[in-house]
Design a protein around this ligand. Sequence first.
Ligand code: GLU
Ligand code: MG
Length: 420
Amino acid sequence: MEREQIVFVGSSDLSGHFRGKSFPLADLPDRLQRGVNLALTNVFLSAFGPIQFTPFGTQGEVLLIPDASTRVLVPFEGTASEYFFLGDLRTLEGEAWEFCPRHILRRALEDLQQQTGLTLLASLEQEMVYSGVAAYPSQPYELDAYRRQGIFGEALLAAMRKGGVIPDSFLSEYGARQYEVTSAPVRGLRAADDAVITRELAQAVAYRLGHRVSFAPLAEAGGVTTGTHIHWSFLDDHNRPVLYDEARHWQLSQLGSQFAAGILHHLNALCALSCASVASYYRLRPGGWAPAQNDIGRYDRGAAIRICSVAASECAHRARQYNLEFRVADATANPYLALAMMVRAGLDGIRSGTDIAQVPSQPLPPSLADALNALERSEVAAQTLGPAVLAAYVQFKRAEIASLEGLDENEICRRYADVY
Ligand code: GLU
Ligand code: MG
């Protein structure tokens, strides 16, 4: 008997999980038009699975419409192929639904374009822990640590390329079993799409090898942290890079400085979207390689924003390479929401003409609860998400915090490591 191919369409929901439904391949042309039906509550499934909070209950439906440009079809010998699309959430009347994360990011990028003429160029650098390698000894950056992951890395890069994501690097990281994959910078929405696709393909490859990857911020309390770093720059409407200015401090253009200042200024609120779990805040402690302050530093991997190094001798090439890295993020975030708020915070920095030197330095929020309080009060967050989504997100995350009450840090880390 020949198997019948099944296609999945999904969306990265409020918890940052990629969830959706599947259908027979034969129905694809039709499904590309009408999508699949979801309950409104589908975007409120908790990080751990069960519904903990939903404003909609059992009421209402939306459509999840596959975006044909995001098709991922990766054959795996002797087993089912990975065949999935990323989708947009639309109302039954065909309008973009306000809770659709891709829509929220699209709106932010359109405003960026309208107000500044700029296009975002971004790539996400994703750390992970791969279970296919023994946890001890830890072999930071050793060739042997790279070797011991066997074919995982090569299969992942091949799967990414097949799935339409251009791989930039794969390496063995500092922690035991820890690896990192980065895709090439791409424009706008596609940067978040690439992050979601890469994460799914990492899981898909690990699964075929009888293993699992975890992108959670910490495998155990006090252990090595796992982050998702967002590299970004901008192109103007003539495709010229705009962050680099040879004459300025750190070669950071005035526009770049204002944008970074906006991010640092709104960072407490942004944290609630980019470091979206209780365990995220165990990562943001001083003494490690993750940030603990709302600071910027050239070549500083402990800073919230790192100005990355460039190597070319020609100015034009240096300007093309020049990018900033936002390090206050991990994989419990919905990447669309985190990027959307980052863009809006930066736009606010440009609008108000703030310079990075003017942003007072302060520690990052000590907990998700603190970050949510800042998010709730933030006008930029209300602009980014819209008031209804903002209120719902805050309640959704407060329910997640409540569900972990009474557990110690180690148990909380483990709970997240099991599901991210
Ligand atoms: N693992 C660190 C983090 O949690 C980052 C290490 C690095 O600089 O790549 O962000
Ligand atoms: Mg790294």
